[in-house]
Write a protein that binds this ligand. Sequence first.
Ligand SMILES: NC(=O)c1ccc[n+]([C@@H]2O[C@H](COP(=O)([O-])OP(=O)(O)OC[C@H]3O[C@@H](n4cnc5c(N)ncnc54)[C@H](O)[C@@H]3O)[C@@H](O)[C@H]2O)c1
Ligand SMILES: O=C(O)C(=O)C[C@@H](O)[C@H](O)[C@H](O)COP(=O)(O)O
Ligand SMILES: [Zn+2]
Length: 364
Amino acid sequence: MKTVIPVELPQTQYDIKIATDGLQYLGPWLAAAGKAGKVLLVSNPAIFQHYGETALTSLTEAGFEVSQCVLPAGEQYKTLQSIEKIHSVAFDHHLERSSTMVALGGGVIGDMTGFAAATWLRGIAVVQVPTSLLAMVDAAIGGKTGVNHPQGKNLIGAFHQPSLVLIDPSVLSTLPEREFRAGMAEVIKYGIIWHEGLFHQLEQAERLDQLCFVSEALLHDILKHSCQAKADVVSQDEKEAGLRAILNYGHTIGHAIESLTGYKSVNHGEAVGIGMVAAGAIATTMDLWPQTATDRQLAIIQKTNLPTKLPATLNIDAILNALRSDKKVKSGKVRFVLPKRIGEACVTDQVTDDVIRSVLETMF
Ligand SMILES: NC(=O)c1ccc[n+]([C@@H]2O[C@H](COP(=O)([O-])OP(=O)(O)OC[C@H]3O[C@@H](n4cnc5c(N)ncnc54)[C@H](O)[C@@H]3O)[C@@H](O)[C@H]2O)c1
Ligand SMILES: O=C(O)C(=O)C[C@@H](O)[C@H](O)[C@H](O)COP(=O)(O)O
Ligand SMILES: [Zn+2]
């Protein structure tokens, strides 16, 4: 499996390389991307245990001077305190403006390493080596970096594009099944908002709940079509002035669920899955897309075995309140991404609290 997807932006361009067993070429590919000198590899304990040595060996043999920062795993550690830890290692190892940070991990490590790189010495290079399905298809691409605030998801951050995204699908062999399903939520998102063909492929697949039931060919298409969708959207609207907001499909309610559950019991993909169920139902309630489309979306989410109901501990008033800190709020109005047809979405501020309430009431 080998595919290269270029991401073309006004100020820069970089490649997304999808290559089975590609991790061993991290060093040479980093050098080919024009990097030299010091590298700070950031990861978490489980991922570092599986893949740290391969990454370190490849970088060292390619002539890089490598230091490492291994942070605790989990969304609850996606904080400014973790950024300070990365910066302390960068200070101890004298990282310079020409140095590079490498994120070896899921979206949490990727978002934090990107933000640490964006802010160290006012900005050094970052390379994304995503190890979860979710990070491969989404988080590693497009330059959104940042951390959570106790009051809201990803409220602190910066746009900072990577110099290279290296996707080695073979590392998915150690990804926990729950995390595979979480990644499928963002894949389904692309099928709804951008890529009708991908949606049909997912519809035709028999099982999507575990990697072992997904053929190599389908996995390749999932990675290729998802990365291409993200590259297409980001290259048209790098800083979310308009179009890019559609990548937030399912995230308005999803982010509220994550922050209200303390970034612990519901992971990002699960929250997005529940958020897409809600957004689909809202669109149907508003006569924007048919009930049959909502049902087809639900069937794929169920086939993936993602949760489709709200956590019983949440209440609707708290969710409505949390929606007001969403980054898409404009002039005080909550904006939702809603599907128009399979493969196309829009952003609207016309969703009333009554509609949201009526949909959420059906989701416990
Ligand atoms: N920047 C963006 O555009 C963007 C897009 C989507 C999501 N995100 C962010 O990404 C985060 C979610 O990312 P995630 O779902 O990857 O979660 P994660 O980074 O927490 O990883 C999930 C779990 O899987 C483990 N793991 C990852 N790869 C593994 C592997 N190959 N083998 C064994 N274990 C592995 C991790 O250690 C972790 O415990 C959220 O913070 C979300 O906000 C950012
Ligand atoms: O890249 C984007 O743009 C996205 O919206 C992708 C989302 O999957 C991702 O979760 C993102 O971090 C959410 O964006 P945010 O600006 O609402 O934090
Ligand atoms: Zn997301």
